[in-house]
Ligand binder design. Structure first.
Ligand code: ATP
Ligand code: MG
Length: 606
């Protein structure tokens, strides 16, 4: 069996980001080297200014002794430093961007490859919107991390090293004074950043943000209902609560930061205050006032730069934390187990579908079993109907046959072969399904039906549409079969959409057919059309059909009654009625509502 490539080492945060960056190690290291060079070059102007100050102070107060050429050279050196800084930084970004785009490309390819191998059921649960966001935003953000934050961060961490060297090289006493200021600023920051409490707060902040966006999406989805019932925002309690909770957390979060941040920023901008006592001390103990003046002036010029150097460290690390969060979302999906592929695929010898002691639950907890030890056989060429109350597990049975999910215990066999031992393509060729929520793609109706069998001729498709009783409604569309579904002005009813989905299944003509009947479109005309369409579809097939109208069921060869995930009764219509059990009860209720409906209908015609 191919080794499961998707077992991602469970690294998180920065460690995970570095792991991702390692894919293009050479480029990233090159970019880092240039970032460090750029950072070193950025100090050249300060050095030039220092020497300039020294020259000026040396000739004070007779400035005529200043050599113009020497001055110009310092100016040029400063300019060169700036220029080198820009050039090196640019080079660093070129390398980092090549690495970044390569990484994003590989991550996306890996991600797509992974999600196509996930159980189909995963996609039902997750929805395309969430996956698209991961592709478009989360993975994309690693581009900004590797392309920008990483070189910036390397530069930001290299800068303090150069800074300290410079601080101590010129005059270690001032250097010590500045370092004291810097250390105090850092201690304040460490107090705010470190600590479990802060981490917990950050988590709380993240999840409240998420809750708010989930509630907002839900609110927008339900806007039609909200409008129809004249509801206000306040009546949409969940969104309102989410916004209030978010506001509360953000305010307390911000207030908590207020003191720390003001302290930190004030300190980093006021490091010269630490210089003054040292300056006074040195002035009192020296005779070389020229050296004293030039040193002191240099530190006064240089020390404000410390603030911006330290702020950069903070800034780059906070953005990197966001990217790390984005990557975590991607990893959550990558850690989902893919469907294991079979080692020696087998082809079914017939098309009988058998459930053997199948248990399944949608969650990790086997207690909430959606199916509990279900066994039955759906014979080849026969129709097996599944009935039972809502939530009984009917759709779950339907979803397990095309392997939307894998069973937890037991096995499902087609023609004696465990479906897990079949090639995915074989299984898909063997089983076709029409589910409660049919899905048409934004392409022509013709192509929508052709999806059932790529390569089907137009004649085949039209024949299938006729058999599915949707030819007339398609022909009535503005561009007939070429009409693009989902375009403006193209209206298909739910029943018509279902019949197109049936045509798609007809074209596919697979030997096993799984039908999850839609209840929503039950006007008699459509019901009749769908029944006829299905009649064509079902001929000679192994049909497993979930029916909500028992009239459809009574013709089935075999009936399964599901309740709370268990198979409670099975047999033919007549036998089940005679047994006077669950099926009999269901039938009773059904016939009562039916006669009730007929009476009503009759009354309205009087
Ligand atoms: N995607 C899902 N995630 C978690 N639980 C689910 C999911 N789909 C169904 N369930 C649960 O599994 C159980 C069986 O659901 P199932 O959809 O199979 O019922 P059903 O018989 O088809 O009902 P209905 O007649 O309403 O269509 C229910 O308790 C349901 O809440
Ligand atoms: Mg269902």
């Amino acid at each position: 069996m191919p080794k499961n490539k998707t077992e991602v080492a469970p690294k998180k945060g920065m460690a995970r980001l570095f792991e991702i960056a390692k894919a293009h190690k050479g480029l990233v290291v090159l970019s880092g080297v240039f970032a460090v060079l750029a950072s070193a070059a950025s100090f050249i102007p300060y050095l030039a200014v220092y020497f300039l100050i020294r020259e000026i102070v040396a000739v004070f107060p007779d400035f005529t002794r200043l050599g113009a050429a020497g001055m110009m050279n310092y100016g040029l050196a400063a300019l060169l430093g700036v220029f080198a800084n820009v050039l090196f930084y640019f080079t660093a970004l070129v390398f980092s961007h090549i690495a970044a785009y390569g990484t994003v490309y590989e991550l996306k390819v890996h991600f797509v490859a992974h999600i196509t191998r996930l159980p189909l059921g995963f996609h039902i649960g997750t929805g395309s919107g969430g996956l698209r966001k991961i592709m478009d935003e989360n993975i994309e953000s690693t581009e900004s991390f590797i392309g920008h934050q990483l070189p910036d961060m390397i530069a930001a961490f290299a800068a303090p090293v150069f800074m300290l060297v410079l601080l101590f090289a010129v005059n270690w006493r001032y250097g010590l004074a500045s370092l004291a200021g810097i250390l105090i600023a850092f201690m304040i920051q460490a107090m705010a950043y470190g600590g479990e409490k802060q981490k917990a707060r950050m988590k709380e902040y993240q999840s409240s943000l998420e809750a708010m966006s989930v509630a907002a999406v839900e609110y927008i989805r339900g806007i039609a209902v909200v409008k129809a019932f004249h509801q206000t925002v306040y009546s949409f309690k969940r969104l309102h609560d989410a916004i209030t909770a978010y506001t509360r957390i953000v305010i307390s979060f911000t207030l908590n930061w207020e003191n720390v941040m003001s302290g930190y920023i004030t300190l980093t901008h006021s490091i010269y205050l630490f210089l003054i006592p040292v300056g006074i001390f040195i002035a009192g103990h020296t005779t070389d006032y020229a050296a004293f003046a030039s040193d002191f002036l240099f530190y006064l010029v240089f020390v404000p730069a410390i603030a911006s150097i330290l702020m950069k460290i903070m800034y780059t690390s906070s953005i990197s934390m966001q990217v790390a969060g984005n990557v975590e979302r991607m990893d959550e999906v990558l850690q989902k187990k893919v469907m294991p592929l079979t080692e020696n695929p087998q082809r079914p010898k017939g098309y009988e579908v058998g459930f053997e002691n199948v248990s399944f639950s949608y969650t990790e907890n086997p207690e909430d079993a959606a199916l509990d030890r279900v066994s039955f056989i759906a014979k080849q060429g026969e129709t097996t109907a599944i009935v039972g109350p809502s939530g009984g597990g009917k759709s779950t049975i339907a979803h397990l046959i095309p392997r939307f999910y894998d069973v937890h215990t037991g096995a499902i066999r087609i023609g004696g072969v465990d479906i897990r031992d079949m090639e995915t393509a074989d299984l898909m060729d063997t089983v076709s399904f029409v589910f409660q929520d049919t899905w048409l793609f934004k392409q022509s109706i013709m192509e929508n039906i052709r999806m059932g069998k790529p390569g089907a001729t137009d004649e085949e498709i039209i024949a299938a549409a006729k058999a599915a009783r949707c030819h007339d409604c398609i022909a009535a569309l503005p561009e007939g079969y070429q009409t693009v579904f989902g375009r403006k002005g193209v209206h298909l009813s739910g029943g018509e959409t279902q019949r197109i989905a049936i045509a798609r299944a007809l074209v596919k003509n697979a030997p096993v057919l799984v039908l999850d009947e839609a209840t929503a479109f039950s006007d008699p005309e459509n019901e009749w059309l769908i029944r006829q369409a299905l009649g064509e579809l079902m001929q000679g097939k192994t049909v497993i059909m979930i029916a909500h109208r028992l009239s459809t069921v009574s013709n089935a060869h075999h009936i399964l009654v599901m309740d709370k995930g268990r198979l409670v009764e099975e047999g033919a219509h007549r036998d089940l009625l005679k047994r006077r059990g669950r099926y009999h009860d269901l039938w009773d209720t059904y016939t009562q509502t039916l006669s009730w409906r007929l009476e009503k209908g009759g009354a309205s015609h009087d």
